[in-house]
Design a protein around this ligand. Structure first.
Ligand code: FMN
Ligand code: EPS
Length: 379
């Protein structure tokens, strides 16, 4: 079973992800993981913290001569802005953040809560997802996350392959796939920030090259749609998850939702085994299993809760009305969220791949993957 946990405070010494169940024999190149970490720090609208940090991953355990050992991996991203001595401070709780509820739940202060609830922790979730993507790449699986809506403005991707789209995302400061929209959306973020406010948006993740049958129909807790929904909803500030048509499917008759099944002999040797679908409204998942089509997941991110023009709050000692605390903050982190959501989805897919094909070693996984494709084609 491939799984991970994270540890670390936003302004603590370091952030850690412990990854368990990762197969032996995978070449662990940290360059693509560092590239993801850099993207996660970027995107137009990020605040002052990102000028302090330069995130890179160190793989502390589970690696020998550049290859995974099949033992647990400890991934580390060190914080530069280390200042935990401020744990005793008592800021005013920010509406929308974990401050008020966390401090009551733990019968303590706000700072210990904000230190751990902070999305700084997503640096090591992205690192764990980046590691998972190294495994996925061995099986020809490609992932991409990008922004499709920001501040209520839809940003329709221009047509293109996943590789062309990766290039487009690389050139966009808002990580969208429509270069004509960048300037206006950046302007919107700038104006909103100047007004002391913040913006949310919608990100989409596409995954291509998936074989049939990752996940299962047989047990609720192992259905891949459920696993993906949990991983994505557990990203800070994500408030909704859709797979394929998502909520729109509820508004249409069945004939305009379900994807007809055709067979194309020329695609028999690809991951879809020749079963092609003229539409992909299911977003690549039927019955909790991948169905040979691209996976399409969308996530709604709420606006940042820390406002430069703070909302009403309460002084927790005097219980008197006072403005919520503000030091510094992102104005918009939707582009960063597209990378985070991509990587948490990638981890769940890698976990499902390990479940299906065995996670002891890459060579065994490959042999079992090839055997499965052969048996599925010949059945
Ligand atoms: C990439 C990213 C950056 C974030 N930056 C901030 C920030 O600068 N200030 C803030 O108040 N919230 C920020 N958030 C959101 C909070 O972490 C989040 O709203 C909070 O932990 C409460 O959790 P919830 O929104 O999931 O209920 C960010 C979220 C993400 C994904
Ligand atoms: C540090 C990161 O994001 C942080 C997420 C965050 C929050 O409340 O979630 C609050 C801010 O922290 P700070 O008060 O130190 O500026 C963000 O910068 C990061 O993503 O690397």
């Amino acid at each position: 079973m491939l799984r991970y946990w994270t540890a670390g405070e936003s302004h603590g010494q370091t952030l850690l992800a412990m990854v368990d169940g990762f197969p032996a024999g995978v070449t662990l190149d940290t360059a693509p993981i560092d590239a993801d970490l850099k993207l996660r720090q970027g995107g137009y609208g990020r605040g002052g913290r990102q000028r302090i940090e330069t995130d890179t991953v160190q793989i502390r355990t589970g690696v020998w001569r550049g290859e995974s050992l099949g033992s647990p991996l400890a991934l580390e991203v060190v914080n530069k802005d280390y200042k935990l001595e401020r744990l005793d401070e008592l800021p005013r709780p920010r509406p929308g953040h974990a401050d008020l509820t966390g401090s009551i739940k733990h019968l303590g202060g706000i700072r210990p809560i904000l230190e751990r609830s902070s999305a700084r922790e997503t640096a090591v979730r992205v690192a764990a997802g980046g590691l998972a993507k190294l495994l996925l790449a061995e099986f020809g699986v490609k992932t991409l996350g990008y922004v499709v809506e920001l501040g209520g403005e839809k940003i329709e991707p221009v047509p293109g392959s996943i590789d062309e789209h990766r290039e487009l995302r690389g050139k966009s400061e808002i990580y969208a796939l429509n270069p004509e929209r960048d300037a206006a959306i950046k302007d919107l973020i700038k104006k909103t920030g100047k007004a002391g406010d913040t913006l949310g948006g919608v990100v989409e993740v596409r995954v291509e090259g998936l074989p049939f049958g990752l996940g299962t129909h047989a047990q609720w807790s192992s259905k891949l749609d459920g696993k993906i929904a949990q991983a994505v909803m557990a990203v800070q500030a994500i408030k909704g998850v859709e797979i394929g048509l998502g909520f729109e499917a509820a508004r249409r008759p069945g004939s305009q939702v379900h994807d007809p099944i055709h067979f194309d002999e020329s695609q028999r040797d690809t991951a879809n085994l020749g079963f092609v679908r003229p539409t992909n409204n299911a977003g690549g998942l039927e019955g909790g299993m991948t169905n040979g089509q691209p996976l399409v997941v969308r996530a709604a991110k709420k606006p940042i809760s820390t406002l430069a023009k703070p909302l009403e709050s309460v002084n927790l000692q005097t219980k008197e009305a006072d403005a919520a605390s503000y030091e510094r903050s992102d104005v918009c982190a939707v582009p960063a969220a597209s990378i985070i959501v991509e990587n948490v989805v990638a981890f769940e897919i890698a976990a499902a791949l390990v479940d299906k094909f065995g996670g002891d070693s890459l060579v065994e996984m490959r042999a079992r993957y090839d055997l499965f494709l052969k048996m599925a084609r010949e059945r």
